[in-house]
Design a protein around this ligand. Sequence first.
Ligand code: URA
Length: 184
Amino acid sequence: MDKLQQIYDTCKNCTACPLHQTRTNCVFGVGNPNAQLMFVGEAPGEQEDLSGTPFVGRAGQLLDKFLFAVDIDRSDVYIANILKCRPPKNRDPLPAEEDACIGYLREQVRTIKPKIIVCLGRISAMRLIKPDYKITREHGTWVEKGNFLMTAVYHPAALLRDPRKNEEMLRDMKVIKQKLNELQ
Ligand code: URA
């Protein structure tokens, strides 16, 4: 059976942390299983919990606009989150929830083998790049980790709160597109 499907089948029945009690859907991930570029957000929000798909709410629609602006097709990338189940009232993930869930993301990355991983926001960058990541200061900087090139950008929800950051986001996204082109 398809490896991603196998991971999903385990994930959708996961009871490793209390968030499974309040989920409507396990929000596993979406996109191209052979993507060179993978985006990793924080955790599902309400719309994602209801639909089972990451980044379909307001923040997701803004992400789509930035992808369109730099000519990256959403169907060419893979999008997932650190947590697969929605935290109540969209609060920040607890360390224990991240610990319980991160194995699914690791397996997704091992299976998809993207060349570039982009953290969407502080929570993802702190988990995947380094624990003291400062998104305001360090977004758009690049690190090589294992077989991946990694960077972080502002979370689209942060852009909704403060559209003055849109310009920096566009700049970061253009560099992501350029790095992607360099892989071809
Ligand atoms: N915010 C996230 O971090 N992930 C989603 O899937 C939706 C909103």
